[in-house]
Design a protein around this ligand. Structure first.
Ligand code: NAD
Ligand code: AHE
Ligand code: ZN
Length: 369
């Protein structure tokens, strides 16, 4: 079938709106009509050419919501008409990782996902006979896409697509990192580096669990009012600080943060995020994604003296299990998504969504089809 898609033709070039061809779903695959998709910094990162797994030409996008249109012959758990959120971290419930109950990093289809193809090693998308790569197994910058059954969370039908699509990445990543990865406790002091689409959800999660101080660090002062609305107690702009940022944060938290979160993707800040943690127990969770060849460093004594570096992908959430619950939290008014969606645009204006992100004017832009 013909579908409308924003094609990433090559690195660092604007996306090109095209009519591309989509093959039908195979055995365990599902055809989904994408109704809305958010634009996450990770889409911009891959488009920038810094992602070692970035492939071109491809269809990016991994923060969508939509409706099942057709299922492959071997699909058992979904049917046409079901409302779904695509999962770039699937949940097969059968692999060693899923069965371990120690991680959300299902590996059932990870290698083909990273190669931009479906689990059988082929792509469903093409443009004038030339194959296009899938992205993160989701490719939500198309109004129809094909995904494996294990990469879809079935959600309630009254949830608005143009809001809950954000649960497909940013909301779950931020809140989940607090709840599932770091397991922040009530009364804890928390430092959040980067107050964008992820960091504000970390703040929201920290507030939910009853953190004491929630300190936000960002070089963009425009992020302050919304962060305060979500529960930030103190704002630090490193550009307005005379002394050393780490020492300042250690003092502000009476010895160091109990929990810190890096939500930028900057390896220098990842070091500061660790080093502002409390001696003996402070836990730093890395969420930001850094480019090919970049590495983190610190003096080993930082770890020897009890600070811990952790990482979190998709907030440690098990998508098919946890995403429907997070949709319920939104529908029950327990979490705020609406205020974080600062812009809603038609897919035709997708490049504006990237501009808004780069200039720091948006938190999330949602694109509708
Ligand atoms: P964003 O662009 O919305 O937010 C980034 C924020 O960082 C902005 O507010 C910006 O002003 C701030 N910032 C930039 N440089 C800074 C600096 N030197 N000091 C302080 N603040 C600075 O991005 P986002 O969508 O929130 O994504 C954040 C990061 O998280 C990206 O690296 C993204 O790829 C990553 N991410 C990871 C996961 C995961 O599962 N681990 C999921 C989603 C996104
Ligand atoms: N392709 C990159 C890795 C990028 C990365 O870490 N992605 C996160 C999700 S970001 C969503 O906005 C993730 O889920 N990671 C787990 C995984 O298996 O990649 C690279 O550096 O190769
Ligand atoms: Zn994302």
């Amino acid at each position: 079938m013909d579908v409308k898609a924003a094609v990433a033709v090559e690195a660092n070039q604007p996306l090109k709106l095209e009519t591309v061809q989509l093959d039908p779903p195979q055995g365990r695959e599902v055809l989904v009509e994408i109704k809305a998709t958010g634009v996450c910094h990770t889409d911009a990162y891959t488009l920038s050419g810094k992602d070692p797994e970035g492939l071109f030409p491809s269809i990016l996008g991994h923060e969508g919501a939509g409706v099942v249109v057709e299922v492959g012959k071997e699909v058992k758990t979904l049917k046409p008409g079901d409302h779904v959120i695509p999962l770039y971290t699937p949940e097969c419930r059968e692999c060693k990782f899923c069965l371990s109950q120690k991680t959300n990093l299902c590996q059932a289809i990870r290698s083909t996902q990273g190669k931009g193809v479906m689990p059988d090693g082929t792509s469903r998308f093409s443009l004038n006979g030339e194959k296009l790569h899938h992205f993160m197994g989701t490719s939500t910058f198309a109004n129809y896409t094909v995904l494996p059954e294990i990469a879809l969370a079935k959600i309630r039908e009254d949830a608005p697509f143009d809001k809950v699509c954000y649960i497909g990445c940013g909301v779950t990543t931020g809140i989940g990192a607090v709840l599932f990865t770091a397991k922040v406790e009530a009364g804890a002091n928390v430092v959040v580096f980067g107050l964008g689409g992820i960091g504000l959800n970390v703040i929201q999660g920290a507030k939910m669990v009853g953190a004491d101080k929630i300190i936000g660090v960002d070089i963009n002062p425009k992020k302050r009012p919304l962060a305060e609305k979500f529960g930030m107690t103190d704002f630090v702009n490193p550009n307005e600080l005379d002394g050393d940022l780490v020492s300042y944060l250690v003092e502000l938290t009476d010895g160091g943060a109990d929990f810190s979160f890096e939500c930028i993707g900057n390896v220098n800040i990842m070091r500061q995020a660790l080093e502002c943690c409390h001696k003996g127990w402070g836990v730093c969770t890395i969420i930001g994604v850094a480019g090919a060849g970049e590495e983190i460093s610190t003096r080993p004594v930082q770890l020897v003296t009890g600070r811990v570096w952790k990482g979190s992908a998709f907030g440690g959430a098990r998508g098919r299990t946890d995403v429907p619950k997070i949709v319920d939290w939104y529908m029950d008014g327990k979490i705020n998504i609406d205020d974080l969606i600062t812009h809603t645009l038609p897919i035709e204006q997708i490049n504006e969504a990237f501009d808004l992100m780069h200039e720091g004017s948006s938190i999330r832009t949602v694109l509708t089809y």
